[in-house]
Ligand binder design. Structure first.
Ligand code: SF4
Ligand code: MG
Length: 336
């Protein structure tokens, strides 16, 4: 089966005054129809850059696609001319960004903004466009959609604005939605509502979702598979169960340890990952997590480990999974 979206060996750099920043360094992942994949990692790990590259949204002047392929429905979309990409965006791939306030036009009624997207991508007559817009506002759980149609973004709460963006992303029934930190700006209750909404829409419409997040709580809530990124690379990928129950990379252990846990209503102390990610001006030859890793061995410094297959769906890039590596006590249980 060919996947809906296939990203292979993607490499992206930025030109800066200080030199070239290698933000994405050989990223691979795929998404099947109807599937939710989460890309998770700390800020600066290259997850948003990856999403922007897929959508053709990189700032041209300062970015360089150094290699790789991105195929959507079997067709290469990496570096497509703007016009062609724009056609795909909105009709086949919808985007939900982090900050609804900057993504919506503050001077335009929300109904008109959604209607405009529909107009751009369909041949629907005018009266049907309005009906479709109102239907979409209802679909994403906005009460009184007829009234909301004529309101401006500032008249809506943050959660409602995020729903408008989701309605906009859904307006042309895309096969894939890319959501970059879609709930980060929202409070916890609204965050849960938006995730429920996305999950519900995905199940009803069989849309695939690529969700970018730093929050493993969000991952557990919505995703079926996870790719963990660190310093521009995917260092572990697997199903949600494999990543949460049998993680095989010390960075993933650290991420899992930093999720707040509640026991008898009391919040347990978080264990942050000490140190900071490497400088991507001059990325290390070996494992990029080595300076922060309590299990680092000599080989880790000099040589980047290949992806070791743990199961058909589970891969990890860590020398501890090499048969020659010493057995780390609690390799499986560590990090839980
Ligand atoms: Fe730690 Fe080595 Fe594994 Fe990197 S490869 S995560 S340094 S044990
Ligand atoms: Mg980001």
């Amino acid at each position: 089966m060919t996947s809906l979206l296939d990203v292979k060996d993607l490499e992206v750099s930025f030109k800066t005054y200080g030199g070239e920043v290698k933000a994405v360094r050989g990223v691979d992942f795929h998404i099947n129809q109807g599937e939710v994949l989460a890309i998770v990692g700390e800020s600066g790990c290259g997850k948003s850059v990856t999403a922007q590259t897929i959508m053709g949204l990189l700032p041209k002047k300062v970015s360089m696609i150094k290699g790789g392929n991105v195929t959507f429905q079997g067709e290469e979309i990496l570096g497509l001319p703007k016009k062609k990409m724009q056609k795909i965006k909105g009709s086949k791939i919808g985007l939900i960004s982090q900050d609804p306030m900057t993504s919506l036009n503050p001077t335009m009624k929300i109904g008109s903004q959604i209607a405009e997207t529909i107009k751009k991508h369909t041949d629907l007559p005018k009266y049907q466009i309005k009906n479709r817009t109102i239907e979409l506002l209802g679909l994403v759980g906005i009460p009184n959609p007829e009234k909301r149609y004529s309101q401006y973004p500032h008249e809506l709460s943050g959660g409602m604005r995020q729903r408008v963006l989701i309605a906009m992303a859904l307006s042309c029934e895309p096969q894939l939605i890319i959501a970059d930190e879609p709930t980060t700006a929202l409070d916890v209750t609204i965050q849960a509502q938006i995730l429920d909404l996305l999950k519900d829409l995905q199940q009803r419409l069989n849309t695939s979702i690529l969700i970018i997040t730093h929050d493993l709580g969000v991952v557990a809530e919505i995703a079926q598979r996870v790719s963990v990124m660190y310093a521009g690379k995917v260092i572990e990928s697997g199903t949600v169960e494999e990543i949460f129950d049998n993680p095989k990379h010390p960075y993933t252990w650290g991420l899992l340890n930093s999720i707040p846990k509640y026991t008898n209503g009391e919040k347990e102390r978080l264990v942050p990952i000490e140190g900071s990610p490497p400088d991507l001006f001059a990325p290390p030859a070996g494992c990029p997590f080595a300076p922060r890793c309590e299990y680092a061995m000599e080989i880790c410094i000099g040589e980047m480990p290949d992806a070791k297959q743990i199961s058909e769906s589970h891969h990890a890039k860590c020398w501890l999974n090499d048969p020659r590596a010493p057995i780390v006590e609690g390799l499986v249980a560590a990090g839980r």
